[in-house]
Design a protein around this ligand. Structure first.
Ligand code: NAI
Length: 735
């Protein structure tokens, strides 16, 4: 048989335990080993008068059965005194069952101030006072179980009980928040709406019903919810006659009735009323955050997807998507003309700063290596989504229900820092996911006749599924989960409070990212960051960590947008290197919620290829070839080398007395790598020598010890590590 639920060593306070439901709880708790404070003011049903006998009788009953109990005669309005009885007698308090209650039923117009106030005072304020008095003890001991008692009258309303219904539903609100606030202290708070025969109900319920509605048929639920092994928190349960059911909120899919750049009108509300109230495919938000997120999903126009409602709103009907008509259709050509200004603005928009010297080439047009961040490739393409979608045949859908789900970008050439680019969008495929449709939009961007980048926008249209289409497509660039090991690198980057205000200047004008009123309408406490801005941050992190900010190394990025970021929050990107693929996921550091998932960046072949006279590249050095070879070897046996060497080496190669190239051979992290630039993780040993001397040493013509003592080779850090370099350089020298 299963282990019985015991409460030995636990101290339970049950308010209003002199009769009815409270008595049943007190008796059962005591029977299961708890020490029980039996609180009851002993007044009448309307809250008038008081006497100690009600509590005393129950205490005697418990003691007669060998249990542990003490009486408390104070009103719950004096919560501190009630809780003090528990502390004075048993030294602690573990469980509070807020149960005391009275009734002062009247039809609404006849409710006096006293009828109203007394009900609020006993039920709502009483539960507040008792719970608050116990709260800090529970917090300190990191344990607490609380029950609030609501009523079906509060949940559904009941004639003649306006005062009582209001107080009872107030208790549910109180419980919902305590469940959230108490969670981290292991304090759980649940609410019950009981139905039982008691002095409160005996005048309104027929006798045969009262007979099956015994308080003893409610008590077991209360005990379970208060047991330490029960993990339920913030739940609401109807219970009576041995039946128990859980309640939750349900919400229609709803409709966005606001029209783009126009006032929201009462007529638009009227015209959409049926849909606003249509519970087909209803949503069931589990928390306020859930509710807000779902609402955002309704409105979510991030990444420029139009919030437009046409003058006669388009019906979301299962027959309104015609894949045959839409797939393969081309959007109007989008022309994007820009100068240095836009790439700089974009770089600032995704958090680049002059604080980092290696960001300057993205922020200053006078820098000799001035270039565009690779993810700037989104910008010329985004116009295909913001305007143009609606003109397509076969897509008879509500565009306000579109969510930007995923993004893929592939670069074929580094993006020019100014010019005119043309983008052509094509509906690549449409998938039927049942609850919605996924529209795959491919956008190819050209510089003159040259294809320079390709974007795939993946948008989910809520409620537009069920048209009999396929569920999968080989056209989709799919997300890939990261390897199952701790990340090889993590970069955290705080977004600024103005991040979204800045990013939107790149052409994504959705007010959700700037207008607090609009954002609150979308269910957010403040405007949210663009998903593509978060993506820009993550791409930067990879570029810095694994490509030394060399844009020519970037090939492609894929992300799924999981949750929004608020400007000012910190984006933390976790990265795993697997060959040329850097898997990544980004989260908001403050709340550990993942915002980009299943994401990756593909780098060009990481083997360094020296190129003559490449734009922005400096003159070739002889040592470049050697490092290219080392890179190749690390690619083959990097993981093995990391195990054996476990060190980071930095090389400063000089030419004409000045440092001309810096290389890092990282044989400590991940599967090892070689990259140009200073060590991102602290170097264990740094070597400095000229390009010519390097080649002499490598070819065996110059003895490294001699080079060191003659001052040709400068070594900083752990000189012993240099012994291990032989593995790497063995085909060349004995450095
Ligand atoms: P009950 O009248 O038998 O028990 C309530 C107890 O609370 C009484 O013993 C009373 O003396 C005590 N009490 C009243 N004011 C107090 C105060 N200021 N301080 C301390 N104790 C006080 O009623 P019943 O039915 O057992 O109700 C228990 C709880 O369940 C109440 O909160 C009630 O609103 C709720 N409830 C009961 C339903 C039912 O079907 N019996 C239906 C829905 C809710």
């Amino acid at each position: 048989m299963a282990v019985p639920l015991r409460f030995d060593g636990k101290v339970v306070l049950v308010t209003g335990a002199g009769g009815g439901l409270g008595r049943a709880y007190a008796l059962l708790f005591a029977e299961r080993g708890a020490s029980v404070v039996v609180n009851d003011l002993g007044g009448d049903i309307k809250g008038e008068g008081k006497c100690s006998s009600a509590a005393d009788r129950v205490v005697e009953e418990i003691r007669a059965k060998g249990g542990n109990a003490v009486a408390s005669y104070d009103s719950v309005e004096e919560g501190e005194k009630v809780v003090q009885t528990a502390l004075d007698t048993y030294g602690k308090i573990d469980i509070v069952v807020n149960n005391a209650g009275i009734l002062r039923d009247r039809s609404f117009a006849r409710i006096s101030d006293l009828d109203w106030d007394l009900i609020q005072r006993v039920h709502l304020r009483g539960s507040f006072k008792v719970t608050r008095a116990a709260w800090n003890y529970m917090k300190n001991q990191k344990y607490g179980r609380i029950i609030m008692t609501t009523s079906v009258s509060g949940i559904y309303g009941n004639f003649g009980q306006a005062n009582y219904s209001a107080a009872k539903l107030g208790l549910l609100g109180l419980a919902n928040t305590l469940a959230i606030e108490g969670q981290k202290y292991n304090i759980q708070c649940n609410t019950i709406a009981p139905t039982a025969g008691s002095r409160l109900t005996q005048t309104v319920l027929p006798q045969d019903l009262l007979d099956i509605l015994k308080p003893e048929f409610v008590a077991p639920l209360v005990l379970w919810l208060c047991h330490e092994s029960c993990k339920e928190n913030g739940g609401l349960f109807e219970v009576g006659a041995g039946w128990i059911g859980k309640l939750r909120w349900e919400r229609t899919q709803g409709v966005t009735v606001r029209q783009k750049n126009q006032q929201m009108t009462p007529e638009a509300v009227r015209d959409n009323w049926k849909q606003i109230c249509d519970f087909d495919n209803a949503l069931k938000p589990k928390s306020g955050q859930d509710a807000l997120n779902e609402l955002l999903n309704k409105l979510d126009t991030k990444e420029g997807i139009s919030t437009n409602l046409t003058s006669s709103p388009v019906q979301t009907s299962t027959s309104s998507i015609s894949p045959v008509e839409a797939i393969g259709k081309k959007m109007p050509l989008k022309v994007y003309t820009y100068n240095n200004f836009q790439p700089i603005l974009y770089a600032l928009g995704v958090g680049m700063t002059t604080k980092d010297p290696d960001h300057l080439k993205f922020l200053y047009e006078g820098n000799e290596e001035f270039c565009c961040l690779p993810t700037f490739g989104i910008i010329p393409a985004q116009g295909s989504v913001t305007d143009g979608f609606e003109s397509l045949p076969g897509l008879n859908i509500d565009f306000t229900k579109m969510l930007h789900g995923e993004q893929y970008l592939e670069l074929y050439k580094p993006l020019p820092t100014s010019g005119t680019l043309k983008s052509e969008g094509t509906i690549a495929d449409i998938l039927d996911k049942g609850s919605g449709a996924v529209i795959i939009l491919d956008v190819h961007t050209y510089n003159g006749g040259d294809l320079i980048c390709y974007n795939q926008f993946s948008t989910f249209v809520v409620g537009a599924g069920g048209f009999g289409g396929k569920r999968r497509s080989d056209k989709v660039k799919v997300i890939v989960q990261p390897p199952n090991r701790p990340p090889d690198a993590v970069i955290s980057d705080a977004t600024s409070i103005n991040q979204a205000a800045l990013y939107r200047l790149n052409g994504d004008w959705n007010p959700l990212h700037i207008d607090p009123t609009f954002a609150s309408f979308g269910g957010f406490r403040k405007p949210i960051l663009h998903g593509l801005c978060s993506m820009g941050f993550a791409a930067r992190h990879v570029l810095k960590q694994f490509a030394n900010n060399d844009v020519t190394k970037f090939k492609a990025i894929k992300v799924r947008f999981a949750k929004p970021v608020f400007p000012g929050q910190t984006i933390e990107t976790e990265m795993w290197k697997e060959g040329n693929r850097i898997h990544l996921q980004s989260k908001v550091k403050e709340n550990n919620e993942f915002v980009l998932t299943g994401a990756y960046v593909d780098l060009q072949d990481t083997v360094y290829k020296p190129r003559a006279n490449d734009t922005g590249m400096r003159a070739e050095l002889q040592s470049d070839v050697v490092f290219a070879e080392i890179s190749r070897r690390i690619k083959d046996v990097g993981r093995e080398m990391v195990k054996k060497v476990n060190a980071v080496f930095q090389w400063d190669i000089t030419k004409d007395g000045k440092t001309a190239r810096q290389w890092t051979i990282d044989l400590k992290n991940g599967s090892g790598e070689l990259y140009q630039g200073v060590a991102r993780h602290q170097a264990d040993t740094t070597f400095k020598l000229s390009d010519e001397d390097f080649m002499e040493v490598i070819s065996g013509k110059l003895n490294p010890q001699k080079a060191f003592f003659s001052g040709k080779l400068n070594i900083k850090g752990n000189i012993m590590h240099s012994q291990k370099l032989e593995m790497i350089l063995k085909d060349y020298a004995k450095l």
